[in-house]
Design a protein around this ligand. Structure first.
Ligand code: NAI
Length: 278
């Protein structure tokens, strides 16, 4: 079953990758349901829009009725306060998978991130079944999302792919992108491969373009039919760059300040010191 013969629902459709996939998938599937907390407008007869928060499990379940598959993009796409990430990226992802189960959706593609393994040094080639090493709370939230995804594949038989996206940008703009860039065209190709690969049970692969440099395995992507075509070096000129060997793959997200600067102050409880120490 290729799963391209029915409607698909995109969460986070108003976001950057949502916009790319909305255009790229229009000719690929018979119908698209576009869901986001931000307002959206249908732009073609095969689009339907849904203004919904990931916290609304009954709403998500209703929106998914009759769809063949779901691409789950919605969430906080950067480091943030741990409690916000928990609510939106972990509880929200649980709601998406649970709604998919309740609505008997066949396949879910989860937009995970390279930051689930961002603490590996730049000298270490990483394959998807290595232990996770998140580089911040955002990465932790994506690790939890992948765990939810795996549970729904194992326990409830959903067909699931986790796509660990690199740096999806119109063009590579910084040296790290020599290793991590994912072009819009290749992003569409990666999702279409995950949507259409036959006999999927559970798969994890890195979404990265055909850059000459790279830290991440490409075999798992090839195995499900993902064949990227763009190369970061074609856009970055002749400048060469190699990270220091003591750097980690996550780049600036892996620094302590990047995480700590984004945490809200912890409220102190009203109880007195004696009670607290009990
Ligand atoms: P984005 O920030 O542009 O889009 C996220 C969308 O999710 C937004 O439209 C936002 O309104 C929506 N959203 C947030 N909270 C919501 C809620 N509670 N209910 C409903 N909708 C909500 O992010 P982008 O770049 O499009 O990324 C999409 C996904 O891919 C994210 O999950 C991100 O973590 C992941 N990813 C993206 C990478 C990139 O290079 N852009 C790299 C790695 C992973």
């Amino acid at each position: 079953m290729t799963r391209l013969d029915g409607e698909w629902l995109l969460t986070g459709a108003a976001g950057q990758i949502g916009g790319i996939l909305r255009t790229g998938l229009r000719p690929v599937v018979p119908g698209l349901r576009l869901l986001d907390i931000k307002p959206l407008t249908a732009e073609s007869p095969n689009e339907r829009v849904y203004s919904l928060d990931l916290q609304d499990l009954p709403g998500l379940t209703e929106a998914m009725a009759g769809v063949q598959g779901v691409i789950h993009l919605a969430g906080i796409a950067d480091e943030a306060d741990f409690r916000d990430l928990t609510e939106v990226n972990i509880v929200g992802t649980y709601h998406v998978f649970e709604a998919a189960r309740r609505a008997s959706v066949a396949r879910v593609i989860f937009a995970s991130s390279n930051h689930v393994t961002g603490y590996y040094p730049t000298t270490v080639p990483v394959v998807p079944d290595m232990p996770v090493r998140p580089d911040g709370f955002y990465g932790v939230s994506k690790v939890a999302g992948e765990a939810v995804a795996r549970l729904y594949a194992d326990k409830f038989g959903l067909e699931v792919a986790c796509l660990r996206i690199g740096s999806c940008r119109p063009r590579p703009t910084e040296p790290r992108h020599r290793h991590t860039w994912l072009s819009p065209r290749d992003a569409t190709a990666a999702f279409v491969a995950a949507m259409s690969t036959p006999d999927l049970t559970y798969a994890t692969f890195y979404g990265v373009s055909a850059n000459q440099l790279g830290w991440w395995d490409r075999e798992a992507g090839r195995a499900i039919g993902y064949h990227p075509s763009d190369r970061a070096e074609d856009h970055l000129g002749g400048a060469t760059w190699e990270p220091a060997t003591d750097e980690v793959q996550g780049g600036v997200l892996a620094t302590a300040a990047y995480t700590l600067d984004r945490q809200r102050p912890i409220r102190t409880s009203a109880i007195g010191p004696n009670e607290r120490n009990r």
